[in-house]
Design a binder for this molecule. Structure first.
Ligand code: SAM
Ligand code: DTB
Ligand code: SF4
Length: 320
């Protein structure tokens, strides 16, 4: 992992204060040095268990505490997971991310999870899971099953976290990230913009990511989807240019990580997305759905890629 830091509050804040053009120019130069700027990694998501989650994350349609349009669904069977993975492969995804509306998985779920990892990899897809907090032996089970990535977001700054979630502590998230970071599984960790956080919170969110024992190789930057029924449903919309800034600063601070333009593309214009790609975003969620909310239709993404001369990044070597 190459870092051009060490970063401090002042140096990160200085990036937020740059004129937009200067910031985008720096970010784009950094992007070109490390990646092919016309290639985008595409991941398809599948919610393998949906809703009734005991946590109270104020943004989340799956929390049992809020009445939202998200459909509840028990843990899927291996056959249905494999069928969805095959479909994702056929539409051109290179990574298959399976998410569960859990605080943490139960030991009894690991046989199915290991099987799912194995089957996804047999299809030539990278595997990614996001299941909530993990214990040491659970990380080991996922590592032994050959899991490529574990997604576990810190979502916001340590200071703002308690305004968003009361059922766990920021340190609980760091604890799982440390466990995963010490295994062979790659860390995917990012956050959500537009939850009413300040610039200082965005600075401290990025500093926390940069100071993780194992900084993430994959960084999802989500724009809050304001789902009806969640406490954040009426939060004022984020200025798309502030979202682009966040992508650019993430690219500068993490030159060799994948920066994912994650949730929120359905509410974003193509022009905003194009600016995000220029600023250094090189990964997206692709497919009909994110977890419970809609993604742009794959055909619309194909058209946007064609317009921008972008192509999907082909598969990285898969470790089986
Ligand atoms: N339960 C597990 C956990 O919390 O880690 C995995 C699933 S959880 C839905 C995965 C991530 O989705 C959250 O950490 C959050 O970053 C993102 N997310 C959930 N609801 C969102 C929303 N309304 N807008 C943007 N991102 C959202
Ligand atoms: C991440 O950072 N964003 C994805 C993925 N990791 C699991 C999830 C976005 C979920 C958006 C709300 C929903 O569809 O329920
Ligand atoms: Fe549960 Fe994850 Fe949603 Fe929080 S973000 S309510 S832990 S599914």
């Amino acid at each position: 992992m190459q870092l051009i830091g060490p970063w401090h509050q002042d140096s990160v804040r200085a990036l937020f204060d740059l004129p937009f053009n200067d910031l985008l120019f720096q970010a784009h130069l950094m992007h070109r040095k490390n990646f092919n700027p016309n290639e985008i990694q595409v991941s398809t998501l599948l919610s393998i268990k949906t809703g009734l989650c005991p946590e109270d994350c104020k943004y989340c349609p799956q929390s049992v505490h809020y009445k939202t349009p998200a459909e509840k669904k028990a843990l899927m069977s291996i056959d249905s997971i494999v069928a969805a993975a095959k479909k994702a492969k056929a539409t051109g995804a290179t990574r298959f991310c399976m998410g569960a509306g859990w605080r943490s998985p139960k030991d009894r779920d690991f046989d199915l999870l290991a099987k799912a990892i194995q089957k996804v990899k047999e299809l030539g897809l990278e595997s990614c899971l996001t299941l909530g907090m993990l214990k040491d032996d659970q990380v080991k089970k996922l590592e032994d099953a050959g899991l490529d990535y574990y997604n576990h977001n810190i979502d916001t700054s340590p200071e703002y976290y308690k305004e968003i979630i009361s059922t766990r502590k920021f340190e609980d998230r760091i604890d799982t990230l440390q466990k995963v970071g010490q295994s062979k599984i790659k860390v995917c960790c990012g956050g959500i913009m537009g939850m009413g956080e300040s610039i200082e919170d965005r600075v401290n969110f990025l500093l926390t990511l940069a100071n993780l024992e194992t900084p993430p190789e994959s960084i999802p930057i989500n724009m809050l989807i304001r789902v009806p029924g969640t406490p954040l449903a009426d939060t004022p919309a984020l200025d798309p240019l502030d979202f682009v800034r966040m992508i650019a600063i993430t690219r500068i601070m993490f030159p060799s990580s994948y920066v994912r333009l994650s949730a929120g593309r359905n509410e974003m214009s193509e022009s905003t997305q194009a600016l995000c790609f220029f600023a250094g975003a090189n990964s997206i969620h692709y497919g009909e759905k994110l977890l419970t909310t809609d993604c742009p239709a794959p055909e619309a993404d194909e058209q946007m890629f064609a317009k921008l001369g972008l192509r999907k990044r082909s598969q990285q070597p898969v470790t089986v």
